[in-house]
Design a protein around this ligand. Structure first.
Ligand code: HEM
Length: 447
């Protein structure tokens, strides 16, 4: 009897990586809903199907950004300091227009300059790197330097790069509930930016205090830009590492195929899980049925990106072959809806990513046996080897140990995410940063 119990216990323990992380994710979702309440309407969902996803997302009344949604308190918490100055979370109005114009100006660079800047930043970052890396960590310093040079029009000094990486890494780690916020790291960057404002190479939004201008730059360029570009590139490289045939074709092929790889990666692993809007008027959805003003709509990117594609879980860049598909007709909006505050970097980002991925493929062959999921909490473990040195026993052993380690890390991480996530959701509800901002009750604090 005792032997049977021991064997049963051993089976449970050994199989933990297979079943525990998935269950903990479900439990985390349940805890989040309990604390946040069930205020939102999922789109697509019971009320709005996939067929009307674009129409509702583009509706002029789907325009409120933060005010009136409990969910906003959580986003503001993660994006602090200065979420009230983050372009993504500003309500429509003069301030939003001034900020959006400044962002467009900073991002409007000739294509050749963007390519040259990316190449330079990525080459410097890759120097001397080989062996097992985490792709998100590998790419982040390159995108930190890239963003710095976009804003300041001069090369990024190492101490500024370290401040930017410290800030961006802290934000994305907290967003994924893998760690708590470290406000000291974020505040150090704010202080640096306030001091550096006179060196910014662009006209900044008028009518803002120096601190507000610094917080605007921090939010859009040293937080969102760095996090999104690092995550997106890590996803593309991870997809290539896990699909050697696609990798070989991408290395040998032209940019058109690489664009297909990027499009398919962002379809399967969209950076936004959900984007929310608060309705500012009624939105009719059927005869006599309307979504009332003040509703919170949660646009579910992964669900939309899977609908209408055969075998949607399969990674297949061929879906975006121009001979086979007109991208406009596909359920594919990695940069948001053109009619409702899409990503201002929708042109620049794919261009820069293409150059970055090319640089990595030129220098390395990529292999990974780690899990590749949309939220990429493992930061993309990957083996980098110089071209031609791919086969051999050492490589096989490294990949085997990567798979085992990733599975066990996932068990531990899912428990950490459950505990820290629950704490942060609770703390965000306690601080109510967004709600208090709009009710005029905000204390000046960097929490
Ligand atoms: C591959 C990289 C990127 C992807 C996939 C991406 C994706 C998106 C998406 C889907 C949205 C719209 C979300 C919504 O509807 O609420 C968005 C908004 C935004 N993105 Fe990006 N993004 C990327 C890179 C960047 C970069 C490099 C910047 C640099 C400034 C940036 C800045 C912003 C801003 C400021 C907004 C808010 C726009 C507004 O509300 O006016 N993103 N992004």
């Amino acid at each position: 009897m005792r032997v049977v119990l021991w064997v049963a216990a051993a089976v449970v323990v050994i199989s933990l990586p297979r079943w525990l992380p998935g269950r903990v994710v479900v439990l985390r979702g349940w805890v989040f809903t309990r604390i946040n309440g069930e205020e939102s309407i999922a789109v697509p969902g019971d009320l709005v199907g996939v067929d009307r996803f674009r129409e509702v997302y583009s509706h002029p009344a789907a325009s409120g950004r933060s005010k009136g949604a409990v969910l906003s308190d959580l986003f503001w918490y993660w994006l602090s300091p200065g979420p009230e100055m983050h372009q993504e979370h500003l309500e429509a109005g003069e301030r939003y227009d001034a900020v959006a114009l400044a962002t467009r100006r900073i991002l409007s660079r000739p294509r050749a300059q963007v390519e040259e800047l990316t190449r330079r930043c990525v080459r410097r970052t890759l120097e001397g790197r080989r062996g097992v890396v985490r792709l998100r960590d590998l790419m982040m310093p390159a995108w930190a330097e890239f963003s710095y040079e976009l804003v300041f029009r001069e090369p990024c000094p190492p101490h500024a790069r370290d401040l930017i990486v410290g800030n961006a890494d802290d934000v994305v780690t907290a967003l994924k509930c893998c760690g708590l916020r470290h406000m000291d790291r974020r505040d150090r960057l704010t202080e640096y930016l306030v001091e550096s404002l006179p060196r910014v190479g662009h006209e900044l939004p008028a009518g803002l205090t120096a601190r507000e201008q610094a917080l605007y730059l921090q939010g859009a360029f040293f937080n969102t830009a760095v996090v999104q570009m690092s995550e997106a590139t890590a996803h593309v490289l991870m997809a290539l590492a896990r699909h050697p045939d696609v990798q070989d074709r991408a290395r040998a092929g032209d940019d058109r195929f690489l664009d297909q790889v990027i499009a398919e990666t962002l379809r399967l692993y969209p950076l936004f899980g959900i984007a929310h809007r608060v309705t500012t008027g009624d939105i009719p959805v059927a005869e006599g049925v309307a979504i009332p003003a003040g509703s919170v709509l949660c646009f579910d990117y992964p669900a939309f990106h899977r609908a209408g594609f055969p075998d949607p879980e399969r990674f297949d860049p061929g879906r975006f072959d121009p001979g086979r598909a007109s991208v406009k007709e596909l359920n594919h909006i990695p940069f948001g809806m053109p009619a409702n505050r899409p990503c201002p970097a929708w042109r620049l980002a794919p261009l820069a990513m293409r150059v970055a991925v090319r640089e990595v493929l030129r220098s390395y062959e990529l292999d990974s046996t780690a899990a590749h999921t949309r939220s990429l909490p493992n930061r993309g473990p990957c083996l980098l080897t110089p071209p031609g040195a791919r086969r051999g026993r050492g490589r096989r052993l490294t990949l085997l140990s990567m798979r085992l380690r990733d599975g066990w890390e996932d068990v531990w991480r899912s428990l950490v995410q459950l505990v820290l996530g629950t704490y942060m959701v609770w703390d965000a509800r306690r601080l109510r940063l967004c709600e208090r901002h709009f009710s005029g009750d905000a204390r000046s604090e960097s929490t």
